[in-house]
Ligand binder design. Structure first.
Ligand code: GLN
Length: 298
């Protein structure tokens, strides 16, 4: 049975139900709009015009269940099971990190720097698959491999590739303890775990309670664990003039850049994100051509 309800009234009811848990007005507004958009295809204009909506019992129950989960600080992306990444919708579950705007910007940066097609790409620690899948679809004729240690995350990435029609070769492997497949790529990209346990005290409860710790954290005494391993392997798996793109913890820009230089990378750049924080390190592997000339561009 359907019953009609004013969309403004529904908006207010949902907003008020969420506010005690969400606390901040702006965020509560954004989450309310996202919920109503997802379940009822309402946007801010239809709400402002107070368009009536027809609420079925099933929809009502879905909405109540979502409000309940959000009240327990569960991220909206997990509650809806979906999040946008550079214009595509990716399924996300608590097995995978929710893609961040910084990672979208890194992928856009890679797309902008590779207008010519036919690249072979490796994504290390693919999670939801957002980097690998987007690059496969945006770089023309790219051949993309994606590595992931966690079987549940790998399943989510595979579902996303299938849903979005992306041909990505997924490999379950532990980058820290296993070798890479014996082949070379033009581009290696990774957004590995890089948050130190000591940084937890500055993080939102929602992230700590719900996102996968093993995709986020590294031990305080080994903050560069993944970078050391990737930078050690990359020279054997990049073609000449191949590129390495790494998302990083903002405090380690110079340190990760030095790792790349030490491994023979050239044109090593530390690139800042939208907030002016060091967020990516990029390098080109050219050692066999020129082993003397190196410079850092900042
Ligand atoms: N940028 C993520 C965060 O802010 C961390 C991503 C990662 O560890 N690779 O929580």
């Amino acid at each position: 049975m359907n019953y009609a309800i004013s969309s403004k009234a529904l908006y207010t009811q949902v907003y008020q139900a969420l506010l005690p848990a969400i606390q901040q007005d702006r965020e509560c507004q954004a989450i309310t709009q996202r919920l109503l958009g997802h379940y009822f295809q309402l946007n801010s204009i239809s709400i402002a015009l107070d368009e009536p909506i027809h609420l079925s019992l099933t929809q009502n129950n879905l909405l109540l269940a979502a409000i309940e989960r959000l009240s327990h600080q569960e991220p909206i992306q997990y509650v809806l099971g979906i999040t946008p990444f550079l214009g595509r919708d990716f399924r996300v579950t608590p097995a995978v990190l929710i893609p961040r705007p910084e990672t979208e910007a890194l992928v856009q940066y890679i797309i902008d720097h590779h207008p010519q097609g036919g690249k072979r790409v490796l994504d290390i620690g693919t999670g939801s698959g957002c980097i690998a899948i987007t690059l496969q679809q945006e770089l023309s004729q790219a051949i993309v491999h994606a590595l992931e240690v966690d079987p549940e995350a790998l399943q989510v990435a595979q579902e996303n590739a299938k849903k979005l029609g992306a041909m990505v070769h997924f490999i379950q492997a532990d980058i820290l303890h296993e070798p890479l497949p014996a082949q070379k790529w033009d581009i290696i990209v990774s957004n590995p775990p890089y948050v130190r346990i000591a940084e937890q005290k500055h993080m939102q409860r929602r992230v700590l309670a719900h996102e996968p710790a093993k995709a986020l954290f590294v031990p305080d005494e080994q903050p560069l664990l993944f970078y050391q391993r990737i930078v050690a392997l990359a020279p054997y798996h990049l073609v000449l003039a191949g590129k390495l793109y790494l998302e990083i913890n903002e405090v380690f820009g110079q340190v990760v850049a030095s790792l790349l230089i030490g491994a023979g990378f050239e044109r090593v750049c530390v690139v800042k994100d939208l907030h002016g924080k060091d967020r990516w390190v990029v390098g080109t592997f050219e050692r066999e051509r020129n082993s003397i000339h190196k410079h850092i561009c900042l």
